[in-house]
Design a protein around this ligand. Structure first.
Ligand code: PBG
Length: 325
């Protein structure tokens, strides 16, 4: 054959392949989520998230030091609240001496350069396990937003760099931005979970924080996964209201959405490679059905290729180690 173009030329050796690789992962791509527990010296494996732990603050600080030394520059904090602190107002969420607030301060002191992002939603503090306040069996929007503003301000007071509202109430980004401005937190960013879908893949996370909804589901606030246009509407509204970074969540069943959002906006886009996506890789690897390390890099590369500038992932540490090898 005399061929004018031979595509295999660019795939011939590892060196050529890396010269023409279009998507390269680096430690700067990752946000490492951390689950924090009350107590001391605790490191509890989450049964549905093999190899991932909920840790007391002392161990969390050691973990953050390690992440920083590996080149990971941001963390996303979640706390597991004690049952006795849970009620329908979620008021523990803005307790200035609460576990989240103490954690933010202690981590800032220990690793000042680390970018601290904090989850903002009432579910870990809600006796109903919902992201908002419940009235007559419904999750009420406007009162919840008031609570989320208080929660965000208290995270900012403690030293958070970004608050990350994951609740999907209407108008919360604008209200939080206004609250931050009124309280002079002009350097605190908002990473909005803008297109967050009602997904079955959050299950393991809810095990980790004991935060599964006590009744019903989250479909009156999280998005219907049948929808694409709505993701753009939600995202553009959040940007108008003052979001600095937007997010698509989950990631893997939503790679198309990540790409569309990326094409539609001019601010950084993040994607959350969530707990159920982590659990599936772990389970298949444990069975010997896939090569875990290869799966991690392929999955994270696909999320970046889809358009994510940042990826929140439980694989952050593993990925950086693999990239260094
Ligand atoms: C809570 C919240 C959830 C996640 C992040 N923040 C769960 C939910 O909405 O029920 C999920 C993260 C994951 O599954 O890894 N608002």
């Amino acid at each position: 054959m005399y061929l004018q173009r031979r595509n295999r030329i660019l795939r011939a050796t590892p060196a050529i392949r890396s010269l023409v690789a279009e998507t390269i992962l680096t430690p700067n791509d990752f946000i490492a989520p951390l689950f924090i527990d009350e107590g001391e010296k605790l490191k509890t494996e989450i049964p549905s998230m093999k190899g991932y732990y909920r840790m007391s603050l002392d161990n969390t600080i050691e973990e953050v030091k390690q992440l920083w030394s590996l080149g990971i520059k941001s963390i996303l904090l979640f706390v597991k609240s004690k049952d006795e602190f849970k009620d329908n107002t979620g008021k523990e969420a803005w307790n200035k001496d609460g576990l989240m607030q103490r954690s933010i301060k202690a981590i800032k002191d220990a690793v000042p350069g680390m970018v601290i992002m904090t989850d903002v939603a009432l579910d870990p503090y809600s006796s109903y396990g919902h992201d908002g306040i419940v009235k007559d069996g419904e999750i009420v929007n406007d009162e919840t937003v008031e609570a989320l503003v208080k929660m965000s301000i208290s995270h900012a007071e403690a030293g958070a760099d970004f608050v990350a509202p994951s609740d999907m109430m209407d108008g919360r980004i604008g209200a939080i931005r206004q609250g931050l401005e009124e309280n002079n937190f002009t350097k605190v960013g908002i990473m909005s979970y803008s297109a967050k879908y009602a997904s079955c893949f959050y299950g393991p996370f809810r095990d980790a924080l004991d935060s599964a909804p006590g009744f019903g589901d989250k479909k009156t606030y999280q998005m219907n996964y049948t929808n694409r246009q709505e993701a753009i509407k939600e995202t553009l509204m959040d940007i108008e209201e003052g979001a600095d970074i937007v997010m698509v969540k989950p990631a893997l069943s939503y790679l198309d959405i990540i790409r569309e959002v990326k094409n539609a906006v001019d601010i950084p886009v993040s994607a959350y490679n969530i707990s159920g996506e982590y659990a599936m890789v772990k389970a298949a690897a444990e069975k010997g059905w896939i090569d875990e390390n290869k799966a991690i890099i392929e999955i994270l590369t696909s999320i970046k290729r889809a358009g994510a500038d940042l990826i929140a992932t439980y694989f952050a540490k593993d990925a950086v180690k693999l990239l260094n090898d």
